[in-house]
Design a protein around this ligand. Structure first.
Ligand code: C2E
Ligand code: CA
Ligand code: CA
Ligand code: CA
Length: 275
């Protein structure tokens, strides 16, 4: 009993207690964030080979009154663990569809695409297809302008249910992009089976593309393979002119990164019709 007591004491050390409390505080705050209207989408431009803006990726931000802007890296994992990703994900889809509809009303922004990130747990909700189709219907947005970014983590042991669900969404007109390509497992075997439109080269391959021959070779291979499968390729994390030149010369279809613009609120967007 004495030993157990000591172990217990050791387990509940102050640092650990604080970590538990701050996690709980974070969860409580995140639970309230939606109701308090503290979530925002920031939009990062996507650029084609001719330098034209073809759309944006919507990236989630949490504006905390006490702490300022919080990165999704700091709360998406907790949201996934607690199931808060369900209402948050629904809010993202709704907000993105409404934004698309606003864009469609103006000639300058009419043809822009909007990509949103969908987590694996979110994708696997039984009513996920209905959520997307309801949001599209309510907003009146053109489904063909909406792109869902999935990571390899959506693929279960059995890919068939994932493929089936993607087909249902495709039938609505919605497009798919494979995000963070090359950082997960099993990508190659599924690439040809999944109804994808686009593949996103992860920024970890882009970073040293002009100095590391291995990264250059990997990116060339990804481009050749994707194009032979009929997939469009977009590179993320493009920060320098040299990276863009390399990518363009090797046939990359589109680019996204700080070189073209950081994610910013819609009110600051260069192509926003309300400007
Ligand atoms: P991601 O989908 O891979 O998004 C790309 C990340 O790279 C973003 O970080 C973006 O701000 C950042 N980035 C863009 N251009 C550059 C660049 O040139 N250089 C560098 N170093 N970074 C660049 P962010 O916004 O912090 O998002 C992090 C991750 O959080 C995302 O990674 C995505 O996995 C997740 N996330 C963001 N929004 C959502 C959302 O609405 N739902 C879900 N489920 N996940 C989201
Ligand atoms: Ca993404
Ligand atoms: Ca990515
Ligand atoms: Ca990423």
């Amino acid at each position: 009993a004495k030993d157990a007591g000591r172990n217990t004491t050791r387990f509940f050390n102050p640092a650990m207690q604080m970590a538990i409390e701050s996690r709980m505080a974070l969860e409580t705050a995140l639970r309230q964030a939606l109701a308090r209207d503290e979530l925002q989408l920031h939009y990062q431009p996507q650029i084609d080979q001719n330098g034209r803006c073809i759309g944006a990726e919507a990236l989630l931000r949490w504006q905390r009154p006490d702490l300022g802007l919080i990165s999704p890296m700091q709360f998406i994992p907790l949201a996934e663990e607690t199931g808060l990703i369900f209402p948050i994900g629904r809010w993202v889809i709704d907000t993105a569809c409404a934004q698309l509809k606003t864009w469609e009303a103006q000639p300058a922004t009419r043809s822009l695409q909007l990509a949103i990130n969908v987590s694996a747990r979110q994708f696997h909700q039984p009513d996920f297809v209905a959520q997307v189709s309801d949001s599209l219907e309510r907003s009146g947005a053109n489904p063909a302008r909406l792109k869902l970014e999935l990571t390899e983590s959506v693929i279960l042991e059995n890919a068939d249910p994932v493929i089936e669900r993607m087909r249902q969404l495709h039938a609505l007109g919605v497009g798919f992009s494979m995000d963070d390509f090359g950082t997960g497992y099993s990508s190659l075997s599924y690439l040809k089976r999944l109804p994808l439109d686009q593949l996103k080269i992860d920024q970890s391959f882009v970073r040293d593309i002009t100095t590391d021959p291995n990264d250059a070779a990997i990116v060339r291979a990804i481009l050749a393979m994707s194009h032979s499968l009929g997939l469009q390729v977009i590179a993320e994390g493009v920060e320098t002119e040299e990276q863009q030149i390399f990518l363009r010369e090797n046939g990359c279809d589109a680019f996204q990164g700080y070189l073209f613009g950081r994610p910013i609120p819609i009110g600051e967007w260069p192509l926003d019709p309300n400007q």
